[in-house]
Write a protein that binds this ligand. Sequence first.
Ligand SMILES: Nc1nc2c(ncn2[C@@H]2O[C@H](COP(=O)(O)OP(=O)(O)OP(=O)(O)O)[C@@H](O)[C@H]2O)c(=O)[nH]1
Ligand SMILES: [Zn+2]
Length: 352
Amino acid sequence: MSDGRAATRAIDAMRHGWPVTIRDGHATLTILPIETSDRTRLEQFDPGGDALVLISAGRAATLKLTNQREAATPDAPVAIARSAWLGFDEAMMLADPQFDLRNPLKGPFRAVACPHPQLAATALRLARVAGLLPAFFMHEEAADTVVDKAAADDIDLPERLVIAARARLPVERVEQAEIVAFRAPESGDEHVALLIGAPDGTAPLVRLHSECLTGDVFGSLKCDCGPQLHAAIDEIAAAGWGIIVYLRQEGRGIGLINKMRAYALQDQGFDTVDANTRLGFAVDARDFRIAARMLTLLGQQRIRLLTNNPHKVDALAAAGINVAERVPHRLPPNPHNARYLATKRDRTGHQL
Ligand SMILES: Nc1nc2c(ncn2[C@@H]2O[C@H](COP(=O)(O)OP(=O)(O)OP(=O)(O)O)[C@@H](O)[C@H]2O)c(=O)[nH]1
Ligand SMILES: [Zn+2]
């Protein structure tokens, strides 16, 4: 089993703006997240000015840096050489898309062959887990905090998820309900399932709901999450029994702060897909194996799934869950989320 402590320490260091070394055998790559660093830290990290800047392929495409790359694979991380004028502020412009439309980028940027592309890919993944912009300064000298690539890649593996507690939880829309809390030892994520009604031997009606603080708590009109959650509780209650699997995968897995950044880009006119790509993330960064593991721990491997997203059905099936039926979960649009729903239909394969 890989060392989960080292991976957790790496995430913590990144959030604090401390460098982290990712190691695979003798190969090392040391990264300093741009978002949590500053001029002084950069000076300490790279006194000679010869570190590289690491960004994702999606961000590089947005910045039109891809055609200069040597790498043949379109998803490969992109390295940019620092030059005398590429200081901390300029690197922040590379990292954070909020200024893309306001500030014409300095340049020319020189994309160079990315050292240790596999380690760089792990670094970008860790940024997502840490909820940080996927952009780093990097060099090859070792830092104090070291994590093996295998341990870093394992940090949000669902296999070690366990049931931590369960209790009766009558809720506004249905009194017969029980909440089950799960803990993911490495990442510390606390996922929950709301069991509604009483098992009757049939396949439960299940809703996979990904956390949406803005929709679930504040009633945001930008998305359909809140109404979908409430309608799902009602439908499950009406069906007799079922489960809300509430996944702590805010913003389709990019975290709350990055989702707010995506919203700011949407205010500039980009849709939900392009906003994620401009930030340097996958359009959907969720791992539905977590949901499969939760259902398995609950003893429910044959389900009916409330969703419009065929990808959820495929991902559960790939993780060993028998989805006997997909039940559509459509709700009327409002003026604020109509474009969001149209984008889901037109660009991410939702059956709306
Ligand atoms: N990154 C990002 N995440 C968003 C945005 N709008 C909503 N979300 C997140 O999207 C997730 C909601 O997705 P779900 O309701 O599970 O569903 P779905 O993939 O659309 O599929 P359905 O089951 O058909 O509803 C939540 O984690 C929200 O926080 C956005 O504009 N950007
Ligand atoms: Zn939402």
